[in-house]
Design a protein. Structure first.
Lengths: 484, 95
C-alpha cells in the first residue's frame, strides 16, 4: 500500500479494497520499523490516528466522505495540534502541549484526514538541512549520511521513505521546495495568503506560507483543495475563491509560455543539475509549451534582502517566548530579566539566536534605514521583476536547488554557504508567488528537483504543468532502495 | 559598521538573550559575515522605490467589532510554567 500515491489510496478506500484502519496500521508499522534511523517524526500519534481511521471507516461505510477521508497525513511540528506536543523543533517548546488546533490541521481533519504524527524540522523553521532541530538531524532516505534539506526536511524524508502518503510543510524561503527537491518528492508553496497561518508558529509573518507535500502533483492538488481558503482568524489570508485544482490537472499544455530566467542557470551552476531542469523543459516543449528566455535582474539580491527581512520579523515574533506563559523556563531566576534571558538562551539553539540577533540589530535605532527599509525596497524591485515577466509568460522554471543533498555536518560551521542553498527559492517568497518543486532526475544517485513558479493564485496552472510532466516521466515514482 | 563584542552584548540585551563573554568574539565574527553578505543590498538603486511590506500590497482589513474570542483561561493556564490563583507567576518585580 505504501507504494501508492494518495490519489490511488483514495480510490482504493472508495472501492473498499482496504479500510482506513488497515491503511493507517500499515503506515504506523512502517514508522516503527524505519523511523528509529531516519528520525523524520518527532511525535507519533498512534492512538488518535487509529480513532480517526475508525471514524473514517464508519463515514465511508455510509457512502459519505470528504476529500481526504481515511487518508493518513503527517503534519509538520510547526502546526499547533490540541492535546499533542507542538515543539517547532525547539527545546523552547519541548514541553508545549498546544491548547488549540491550527486551521490547516482542522480543515484537513474536517475532510477526513488521519493524522499519523508530527514531523521533524529545523528549529522554528530556520535552516536548510534539518540539523538545527533540537531532536537531532533527519537522515535523507536516499543516503543516510546526507541531510534531507529543510526546514520541512522531516516531512520530505518521511514521504520519500513511504512512511506517510501525505505531509504538510511550511515555506518561508524554500522550506517546502528545497527538501522536496532533495528527497525526490513534490511540494507546493501556495500564494502568500492562500492558506491560513492561524496556529502555525510564526517565523517571518510576511513570508510564511503552508502548503502540501506529496508523491505527485495530483496528490498536492488533492491536499491543497482541503487546505486553502479564507480564514477569519488570519487577517492576511485572502478572500479569493479556491480553485478546482483536481479539475485543472489535465489541461493540455499547447501554447503554454514558460519563462526561463538566465539567473536560474548561472555559469557556476552544477552542469548535471542544470541539465536535469533543461531536460524537463524539453519534455514540456514536446507537449506544446514554448520557452521564453528572460531576465530577473534583481533576484540576485534576494538572499541578502531575505536575511534582513526574515530575521527582523523573527526577532519580533520570537519575543513572545519569555518563559512566563508557556514553553521553557530556566531554574531559579533571580529576577524578571534573568528569567527572560536565561529561559530564552537555554530554550533557543545557536542558529535561532543568531537570527534573532541579526534581526534585532537590523531593526535597532540608526540601522533601520540602511537594512530593513532598504531590504523592503529591494523586495519591491524583485516583485516588479516577476510582474514584468508574468506579463509575457504563464510560468517560470529552473532548478529548485543549486545542489543535491549534502553530507550531514558539511555546512554547520558555514551559515552563509547554508543560506545559499535557497538562492533559487527565496525570491518567490519575497514576491509572495506560488511555486512547486517536482522531481526531475538524479545526479550521482541523489534526487534533483525542478521549480515551477506561477503568477498569483495560479496554483492550478503550476500543478497542471507538473502533473503533465509526471504523466510523461517516472522520477516521482522512484523509491529509495532501503524503503521499497 | 562592523559588529564588535560590545555591540553583540548590547544587541543581546535588547533581544533578551544571555550571551556569555567567551561567546561574544565568535558570535561577532559570525554576525559580521552575515552583515557583509547583506551589505550587497547597498548596490541596489532604490531611489524613489517604496518599501514593500506585503507581497500583494494588501493592508490590514477591518472587521465588525464583535466578540469572537471565547474565555480560554481554563485551556491556556495549565501549560504555564508557574501559576497561582489564575495568575502567571514571575519573580518579584516590586520590592
Amino acid at each position: 500500500m505504501h507504494t501508492k500515491t494518495l490519489t490511488e489510496l483514495r480510490a482504493g478506500l472508495a472501492a473498499r479494497e482496504f479500510s482506513s484502519r488497515e491503511l493507517t496500521e500499515h503506515f504506523l508499522r512502517r514508522i516503527r520499523q524505519f523511523d528509529g534511523e531516519l528520525n523524520s517524526l518527532i511525535t507519533v500519534t498512534e492512538e488518535q490516528a487509529l480513532a480517526q481511521a475508525d471514524a473514517a471507516d464508519a463515514t465511508l461505510a455510509r457512502g459519505e466522505g470528504g476529500l481526504l477521508t481515511g487518508l493518513p497525513v503527517a503534519h509538520k511540528d510547526i502546526f499547533c495540534t490540541e492535546g499533542v506536543r507542538t515543539s517547532c523543533g525547539s527545546r523552547m517548546l519541548d514541553n508545549f502541549i498546544a491548547p488549540y488546533t491550527a486551521t490547516v490541521v482542522e480543515k484537513m481533519a474536517a475532510q477526513g484526514a488521519v493524522m499519523l504524527g508530527k514531523t521533524n524540522m529545523d528549529e522554528f523553521a530556520m535552516g536548510s538541512s534539518n540539523e538545527t532541530s533540537f531532536y537531532g538531524p533527519v537522515k535523507n532516505p536516499w543516503d543516510q549520511e546526507r541531510v534531507p534539506g529543510g526546514s520541512s526536511g522531516g516531512a520530505a524524508a518521511t514521504l520519500a521513505a513511504r512512511l506517510t502518503p501525505a505531509a504538510t510543510g511550511t515555506d518561508t524561503g524554500g522550506s517546502i521546495r528545497q527538501p522536496a527537491a532533495l528527497n525526490g518528492v513534490t511540494g507546493l508553496k501556495p500564494t502568500y495568503g492562500r492558506v491560513s497561518r492561524w496556529g502555525m508558529i510564526a517565523f517571518a509573518s510576511s513570508l510564511d506560507q503552508a502548503g502540501p507535500m506529496g508523491l505527485s502533483a495530483a496528490d498536492c492538488a488533492l491536499m491543497l483543495g482541503a487546505m486553502a481558503g479564507h480564514d477569519d482568524k488570519d487577517s492576511t489570508s485572502l478572500d479569493e475563491p479556491v480553485g478546482d485544482y483536481l479539475n485543472d490537472l489535465n489541461q493540455n499544455l499547447e501554447g503554454l509560455r514558460i519563462g526561463v530566467p538566465e539567473e536560474f542557470f548561472p555559469d557556476t551552476l552544477d552542469g548535471a543539475i542544470a541539465e536535469s531542469s533543461r531536460e524537463a523543459l524539453r519534455e514540456l516543449e514536446k507537449q506544446g509549451a514554448k520557452l521564453v528566455p528572460l531576465s530577473l535582474p534583481s533576484i540576485k539580491l534576494s538572499v541578502p534582502a531575505y536575511y534582513v527581512i526574515a530575521p527582523a520579523e523573527a526577532s519580533s515574533n520570537l519575543s513572545r517566548f519569555d518563559g512566563v506563559r508557556y514553553g521553557h523556563r530556566c531554574d531559579d531566576p533571580v529576577d524578571l530579566l534573568d528569567l527572560y534571558k536565561r529561559s530564552r538562551s537555554e530554550g533557543f539553539g545557536e542558529e535561532v539566536k543568531r537570527r534573532i540577533l541579526v534581526g534585532t540589530y537590523a531593526l535597532s535605532a540608526g540601522y533601520y534605514d540602511a537594512y530593513y527599509r532598504r531590504a523592503q525596497q529591494v523586495r519591491r524591485l524583485i516583485r516588479d521583476d516577476f510582474a514584468r515577466a508574468f506579463a509575457e509568460v504563464d510560468v517560470i522554471m529552473g532548478p529548485t536547488s543549486p545542489e543535491t543533498a549534502f553530507k550531514i555536518g558539511a555546512k554547520v560551521d558555514d551559515p552563509i554557504n547554508m543560506y545559499m542553498a535557497d538562492v533559487f527559492t527565496i525570491a518567490v517568497n519575497l514576491a509572495g508567488l506560488p511555486a512547486l518543486s517536482m522531481p526531475s532526475g538524479f545526479v550521482n544517485g541523489l534526487p534533483v528537483g525542478t521549480q515551477v513558479i506561477g503568477n498569483y493564485f495560479q496554483e492550478g496552472r503550476i500543478l497542471n504543468v507538473a502533473h503533465r510532466y509526471q504523466l510523461a516521466t517516472d522520477w516521482h515514482q522512484r523509491i529509495p532502495g532501503a524503503f521499497a | 559598521m562592523a559588529i564588535d563584542s560590545k555591540v553583540v552584548a548590547q544587541v543581546a540585551h535588547l533581544a533578551c538573550l544571555q550571551v556569555d563573554d567567551n561567546e561574544t568574539a565568535a558570535l561577532s565574527e559570525r554576525l559580521n559575515d552575515i552583515l557583509a553578505m547583506v551589505d550587497q543590498l547597498q548596490q541596489a538603486d532604490v531611489e524613489g522605490v517604496a518599501p514593500l511590506a506585503h507581497p500583494l500590497d494588501v493592508s490590514q482589513p477591518l472587521r465588525d467589532d464583535q466578540v469572537t474570542e471565547p474565555d480560554v483561561r481554563e485551556r491556556v493556564m495549565p501549560i504555564a510554567p508557574a501559576i497561582e490563583e489564575g495568575c502567571f507567576l514571575v519573580p518579584r518585580v516590586i520590592e
